[in-house]
Design a protein around this ligand. Structure first.
Ligand code: ADP
Length: 491
């Protein structure tokens, strides 16, 4: 037990979220909600998950038991809360049952054809309402910690409760997705009409779930210190910079961690060959397998660049595709795993056809393959336009697959450029472009390839990368500190 466990004893936190890895994941949010509650429990905090009762959860939980009936609401004939257990987890999970709204195929936000559900505003309004009711039930949390726009109405509903209520925290994982609601649908959110105000959820005549979370939560966090600054500026604030700046003193950035059980090259069962910092030479065997599997030229000297990403503009995939000829000319290789924007997918496919043996791709989502790529790649390219935290560069560091990144958000906070000092000892752990996305990826790649061919110095960078501490324990300690402060302030 950590030294603070005495203070944390009895501290109860409800963690309201829509995605939890490995059951439901569309992005890094799912990794965070899988890792943070168990890390908090290790600190002595009673952290529990509250999720919508989506098929991905109802299909895996056991010991399901209804603990609260909330009645009909938001078009659902019955809303209830069930307590259950997730496989191999000691984190209790509560499911918000509302069959008509949550028992649907597809991912949480879109149907099987990728079309957004037309009633998402009602579905996630119900979620916010039900979480607030749950927090007023038998198990009373001290803190309700809501995540991203889907849970943005949780703090608003909590604020509507008269008398004592739990403190609320809202975490922004990506400000780009705001949950905007047209004016005509605002009444369907069910909140008292006084909430539809400029000092409230109102946004350009309609409403914004994201704004609701930011406005009503007692404290705000986001997933890296640099992103916490960026979102207060006109370039990064996506229309909410004014509100975010006004709440500056309540907003902190806490870097995400890496789950060492899942992401450890020494024990990762998805790798052909395991390795660690003392047996780094074994990593090459994973590269051999990848090259053969994807028809890339069998050449251990060719730097193998990888990218694992949603294929969208935010991630700078267009910028990456622009430099494919440079990668090829340098004798390097590129392997991309991802899916997303159809035009980017088509451009990527054309690149693989233009450069067989040097460029390959798997268009789709494949967790196992992502591990193999971290295991076998030499460099991971993350040229994002903005990046709240970013996980792939962290996994790259752990697997000694050095990141090449733009200096934004969590990328800037975690990757230290190899050339920040020109003389050994090497203090970097990757390569950072000297400008925003689209400015000097080419020259950064050249620097990375040069260093790759300088084996001793490259090896030192890999050692630095593998020794960096991005543990959830560190992140959980920062969240625990925030929880304690909020509890003190609310007493
Ligand atoms: P975001 O949440 O914006 O998508 P992050 O870097 O924070 O970006 O998290 C992305 C997560 O999804 C990482 O765990 C990454 O490995 C994983 N990922 C992204 N695309 C794929 C894919 N096509 N197949 C497997 N894993 C993927």
């Amino acid at each position: 037990m950590p030294s603070d466990s005495g203070q944390d004893a009895g501290l109860r936190v409800a963690y309201a979220v829509v995605e939890v890895y490995p059951y439901l994941k569309t992005g890094g949010l799912a990794d965070v909600s899988a890792a943070l509650p168990p890390a908090l429990r290790k600190q002595g905090i009673d952290a529990r998950l509250v999720v919508p009762d989506l098929p991905a959860f109802s299909g895996v939980v056991s010991h399901r038991e209804r603990v609260q009936i909330l009645g009909p609401a938001f078009g659902a004939s019955e809303v209830a809360v069930a307590r259950a257990r997730l496989p191999d987890s000691d984190v209790p999970i509560y499911l918000i049952e509302a069959a008509e709204l949550f028992d649907r195929p597809g991912n949480p936000y879109v149907d099987e054809n990728g079309i957004e559900y037309a009633d998402n505003h009602r579905r996630f309004a119900l979620f916010g309402w039900a979480v607030a009711r749950f927090a007023d039930g038998d198990w009373r949390p001290d803190i309700v910690h809501a995540h991203d726009w889907h849970a943005g109405l949780v703090p608003a509903w909590l604020a509507s409760i008269p008398g004592p209520r739990p403190a609320s925290i809202f975490t922004i994982h990506n400000l780009a997705y705001q949950g905007l609601v047209p004016a005509a649908q605002v009444p369907e959110l069910g909140l008292p009409s006084r909430f539809h105000d400029v000092d409230g959820i109102e946004y350009h005549g309609g409403a914004s779930f994201m704004k609701a979370g930011i406005y009503f939560a007692d404290a705000l966090t986001t997933v890296s210190p640099t992103y916490a600054q960026e979102i207060q500026s006109t370039t990064g604030g996506m229309g909410l910079e004014g509100l975010l700046s006004s709440r500056s003193s309540d907003l902190i950035g806490i870097l995400n961690g890496v789950d060492p059980e899942l992401w450890n090259p020494a024990t990762d069962r998805l790798l052909e060959v395991n390795y660690d910092a003392n047996r780094l030479h074994l990593k090459a065997q994973n590269k051999v397998v990848l090259q053969s599997q994807f028809g890339l030229r069998a050449d251990l000297n060719a730097p193998l660049c990888i990218a694992i990403s949603r294929l969208i503009e935010q991630k700078g995939i267009d910028v990456l595709l622009d430099v494919v000829p440079d990668i090829v000319d340098a004798g390097a290789q590129l392997l991309v795993l991802g899916s997303g924007d159809q035009r980017l997918e088509a451009r990527l496919t054309r690149c693989t056809e233009d450069y067989p043996g040097q460029v390959a791709a798997y268009i789709g989502y494949d967790d196992g393959l992502s591990h193999q790529m971290f295991g076998g790649g030499d460099l991971i390219i993350v040229p994002s336009r903005f990046e709240p935290c970013g996980l792939t560069q962290l996994y790259g560091l752990r697997y000694a697959t050095l990141p090449i990144v733009t200096p934004v958000g969590g990328l800037a906070d975690t990757v230290v450029d190899a050339d920040q000092t020109t003389t050994p000892p090497e203090s970097g752990n990757g390569f950072v472009t000297r400008g925003p996305a689209g400015t000097d990826l080419r020259s950064t790649l050249t620097r990375a390839f040069d260093r790759y061919h300088d084996a001793t110095r490259y090896h030192q960078l890999q050692q630095n990368a593998m020794s960096a501490d991005f543990s959830w324990t560190r992140a959980a300690e920062q969240y625990a500190e925030l929880y304690r402060r909020l509890r003190r302030e609310s007493i």
